[in-house]
Design a protein around this ligand. Structure first.
Ligand SMILES: NC(=O)c1ccc[n+]([C@@H]2O[C@H](COP(=O)([O-])OP(=O)(O)OC[C@H]3O[C@@H](n4cnc5c(N)ncnc54)[C@H](O)[C@@H]3O)[C@@H](O)[C@H]2O)c1
Length: 420
């Protein structure tokens, strides 16, 4: 049987799960990634994305329909190509150079009737203004007309066991009606439900609304946590009580700051574009960024105060951090607030030990002593800080043995616990 050929450019947190799902859905999949190390690992069945177990990767490899490669020549003759390259910030402004590079490399392989879809999170206008001309250049083809171009934001939530790629509705868009039909048909084969929208710009904005909404609401509750502490009110209980309202309220919980590839970054893509196009500030984004950015410093101040109350200084203390990844049950260290907390504690003279079962050692800040969660470590620590509340950690042991717990996640109970 003839399988459709799918190329997925970028084999990271977004691209790899898509590639795996597409193999299972019957596509011949070429996963192009410029990172040789990553491609070698994938080819040997070694997955570095928690949500893609080695077993799933192994099955895909053994089907003979998954081919990880660094060579764009392997993309030749594709039916559909999805681009999932990073879109970080460089000096606070969008860095779309990865999309540009992918577009240039892909362009010679764009053929009549093929479909190219961008999934990277980016500002509205990127697909049409930036990617389209690059794809048209070396191919000599045009969209709309010769090939189909679309955008579909990724909603993957690493570590979420309920909402996976397959059962999360996928917003789809295209340059024209024909492109939208192609993009929609592709994802219909991959996910349970698609949500077509009228234009690519709407789809691009959809993703930025989702993450700006989260960033702003997390900032709101973080600021409230700081103020409630000073007012002597238990913010956690108030949030949980508010969450019992069956309508008109969505619960966000305080934390040590935001991290990862999305929340600290995506809203900046929108505020940058608003500034560039309209000359105006997107005030909510600026404020939310400021508040969330200040949370690691607030955490360190609170630890300092807690130790002080016990007649101790941070200088010379041993601090045990529980969880370093920005998100629980994952090893993703990108932009994790734990990095800033560690840096500040160390600059004040603390010895920082950490329990982090998921992150790869090379992503953990230098000078941090990575340890197992043991009675000895807990008893030796002057302060134990719950930064990221991975479910696999034994919080009963923590409550029993730690001398002073600063809990940024409302995970621990007892006399030795102070919550954010
Ligand atoms: N991680 C998430 O939870 C998530 C969720 C939704 C959306 N997104 C968005 O999806 C996009 C990708 O994110 P990610 O988390 O998968 O990033 P990632 O860093 O995990 O993976 C991107 C991969 O692209 C490769 N790459 C870079 N330039 C390339 C090129 N020119 N050609 C081929 N490969 C190239 C990199 O080597 C890397 O392996 C970003 O725009 C991100 O904002 C991420």
């Amino acid at each position: 049987m003839d399988h459709q050929k799918l190329v997925v450019v970028g084999q990271g947190y977004v691209g790899l799960p898509l590639a795996m799902r597409a193999v299972e859905a019957g596509f011949d999949v070429v996963g192009v990634d410029l990172d040789e190390g990553r491609v070698k690992r994938l080819a040997s069945g070694d997955s570095f994305v928690e949500d893609t177990p080695a077993r799933r990767l192994d099955q895909a490899l053994r089907s003979g329909r998954y081919h990880p490669t660094t060579d764009y020549a392997d993309a030749a003759g594709f039916d559909v190509c999805v681009i999932t390259v990073p879109t970080p910030l460089r000096d606070g402004t969008p860095d779309v150079s990865y999309i540009e590079k992918a577009g240039v490399s892909l362009s010679p392989h764009v053929s009549r009737g093929c479909t190219v879809i961008l999934e990277s999170t980016t500002y509205p206008g990127t697909t049409e203004e930036l990617l389209r001309p690059l794809l048209e250049m070396a191919s000599g083809l045009q969209s709309p007309g010769d090939f189909h171009l679309g955008y579909s934001p990724e909603r993957i939530d690493p570590g979420n066991p309920t909402w996976r790629l397959e059962n999360t509705p996928k917003v789809v868009s295209g340059m024209d009606a024909a492109a939208l039909r192609r993009v929609d048909a592709f994802y219909q084969g991959i996910v349970q439900r698609t949500v077509p929208v009228d234009s690519i710009r709407v789809a691009e904005l959809t993703k930025l609304i989702e993450n700006t909404f989260r960033q702003v609401n997390i900032a709101l509750i973080n600021e409230l946590a700081v103020l409630s502490h000073e007012l002597g009110i238990d913010v956690w209980q108030a949030v949980d009580a508010a969450a019992t309202k069956p309508f008109g309220f969505m619960s966000f919980r305080p934390g040590p700051g935001v991290g990862g590839h999305c929340l600290p970054i995506d809203p900046c893509y929108l505020s940058w574009q608003v500034k560039r196009t309209l000359g105006r500030q997107f005030r909510f984004v600026e404020l939310a960024n400021d508040i969330n950015h200040e949370m690691p410093e607030h955490v360190v101040q609170r630890i300092m105060t807690g130790l002080n109350r016990r007649g101790q200084a941070v200088n010379g203390s041993q601090v045990l951090l529980l969880g370093l990844a920005y998100k629980k049950n994952t090893g993703d260290m990108r932009d994790s607030p734990a990095i800033e907390i560690t840096r500040r504690l160390q600059s004040l003279g603390a010895r920082v030990h950490a329990v982090e079962p998921y992150a790869e050692p090379q992503h953990i800040p230098g000078d941090v002593v990575v340890v197992d969660l043991t009675e000895g470590e807990l008893r030796a620590a002057d302060a134990t800080v719950v930064v990221t509340d991975h479910d696999s950690l034994d919080y009963d042991l923590v409550e029993r043995c730690a001398r002073y717990i600063f809990d940024t996640r409302d995970r621990c109970r007892g006399d030795t616990v102070e919550r954010l």
